[in-house]
Design a binder for this molecule. Structure first.
Ligand code: COA
Length: 164
């Protein structure tokens, strides 16, 4: 049976930590749909479309990856895509409580859904998109945390004139 998994998140921007989870997921699942959350209430540096485009640039020739934008309830999106597996990364113990709460709630909302947790490499356990944005905004070195294409996008964002 071919299993499609949904990997949801903000991905503002995608980092090597997310990419590590996706690579591990491809060892288990036939296809992964990277679902970029479009949350109008959540402040993001990149628009949902920009985030999607940035991920597509990384996975351009990988037929087993699809990138999509979703809004609303995750369980509704999973249902709409005909999937029943959600992949989430667990970086550190402090992620666990929040992730378990979400997984349990999603299962309550839709009993068909299973959440699969995967652990990234230790060097990515302290990584977050916010930290990357902060370091990039001060011109710090993010080479080992994001692909080159993402670094270029961040530099363009932070070097753009205020109204761009
Ligand atoms: N490597 C590096 N960083 C990682 C990571 C990894 N493997 N996994 C998570 N992170 C970081 C992200 O970069 C992000 O950092 P930031 O807060 O600095 O931006 C942070 O962990 C949060 O991760 P993310 O996966 O983006 O989670 P989220 O909490 O923003 O969103 C959703 C989680 C989208 C799954 C959840 O909000 C959702 O389902 N929303 C839809 C509405 C819904 O159904 N609500 C009911 C849920 S029960």
């Amino acid at each position: 049976m071919e299993i499609t998994a949904i990997y949801p998140g903000s991905f503002d921007p995608i980092t090597n930590g997310h990419i590590d989870i996706i690579s591990r997921g491809l060892n288990i699942f036939h296809k992964i749909i990277i679902a970029v959350m479009n949350h109008p209430g959540k402040k993001s540096l990149f628009t949902a479309e920009e985030r999607k485009e940035m991920i597509e640039e990384i996975y351009g020739d990988e037929a087993r990856i699809e990138v999509d934008v979703f809004k609303g309830l995750l369980v509704d999106y999973v249902e709409q895509r005909g999937a029943n597996v959600i992949v989430r990364g667990l970086r550190v113990v402090s992620d666990f409580e929040y992730e378990m709460q979400m997984a349990q709630m999603n299962r309550k909302l839709d009993t068909r859904i299973e959440t699969v947790f995967m652990m990234p490499r230790e060097i990515y356990s302290y990584l977050s998109s916010s930290l990357i944005k902060e370091i990039a905004s001060y011109g710090g070195n993010i080479d080992c945390f994001v692909p080159k294409s993402i670094k270029t996008r961040l530099e363009a964002k932070f070097n753009a004139p205020p109204d761009a």
